[in-house]
Design a protein around this ligand. Structure first.
Ligand code: NDP
Ligand code: 8X3
Length: 251
């Protein structure tokens, strides 16, 4: 994997940041993406001691900004071998009839359309090279629907469908496509979902041991280090105490 180039969306936090750190330790070249420039700077300075790093600040919701950013990559970083489609969040946890349409827009625009725009911008060079690996970060929320999960679950079901659709349509073109679907991972995810209410966010993970971002990074690393003929198509992972979106053993 040394010197392979990986582009990670949502590298400023959580699963994306943990993956960036693990990839850097293994000497992969990195393109780190997110909206928070200061975090991108701090992370790239830290990882530059281990590998070559380039940062791109853009909002995945903007089709134009995505295209401009990806097209601006300098030669040493422009041939992306591995795309980690990770940027995404839940916004709100409300019954459907009490839902906030701005939250709905955010989830569908970021988790679904953002993933499409980034993939669309990167794919042509993978097709030309007949080589590449796309990992879509789905969720258990893309496998089942839970109370008040409505639109977030819909966005992750869409990721599940797109993961299958990409794999089908790219079959025979030398490109691996697979999804990693985590259950509850303690990151900034719930802080974002509850709009900065740390107390409410913290309660989500109380009384059991949730997954850590590093657990998912390990699995992503496993997926990208399989032999050329092996593609992890769809992998779901939960912590020991979680059995489904609604069944969590809290001690
Ligand atoms: P975090 O909130 O810690 O990280 C989310 C990342 O997405 C940040 O780096 C953020 O960067 C980026 N992001 C969000 N919105 C945008 C945007 N509009 N444009 C560009 N980047 C954006 O959450 P996680 O690490 O937990 O989440 C990562 C992925 O994992 C998401 O797709 C999430 O749905 C999925 N997931 C998370 C689970 C969990 O329990 N935590 C479980 C299952 C799946 P910035 O703000 O700098 O733009
Ligand atoms: C994140 C996991 O259960 O909060 O996708 O939806 S959950």
């Amino acid at each position: 994997m040394k010197n392979k180039i990986a582009l990670i969306t949502g590298a400023t936090s959580g699963i994306g940041m943990a993956t960036a750190k693990l990839f850097a330790k293994n000497k992969m070249k990195l393109v780190l993406c997110g909206r928070r420039a200061e975090r991108l700077k701090t992370l790239s300075e830290e990882l530059a001691e281990l590998t070559d790093v380039y940062t791109l600040k853009f909002d995945v919701r903007s089709k134009e900004d995505v295209k401009t950013a990806i097209n601006s990559l300098p030669k040493p970083f422009s041939e992306i071998d591995i795309l980690i489609n990770n940027a995404g969040n839940a916004h709100g946890l409300d019954a459907f009839d009490e839902g906030n349409t701005d939250d709905w827009d955010a989830m569908l625009d970021i988790n679904v359309k953002g993933l499409l725009y980034v993939t669309n911008a990167i794919l042509p060079k993978m097709i030309d090279r007949e080589s590449g690996h796309i990992i879509n970060i789905g969720s258990t929320a893309g496998k089942e629907v839970y109370p008040k999960g409505n639109v977030y679950c819909a966005s992750k079901h869409a990721v599940d469908a797109l993961n299958q659709g990409m794999r089908i349509d790219l079959n025979g073109k030398g490109i691996k496509v697979g999804a990693i679907n985590p259950g509850m991972v303690e990151t900034e995810f719930s802080e974002v979902r509850f709009k900065g209410d740390s107390e409410r966010a913290g309660k989500v993970y109380q009384g059991f041991t949730p997954l850590k971002a590093e657990d998912i990074a390990d699995i992503i690393w496993f997926a990208v280090t399989r032999p050329p003929h092996v593609n992890i198509a769809d992998l779901t992972v939960m912590c020991l105490d979680q059995a489904s979106s609604t069944i969590v053993n809290k001690r």
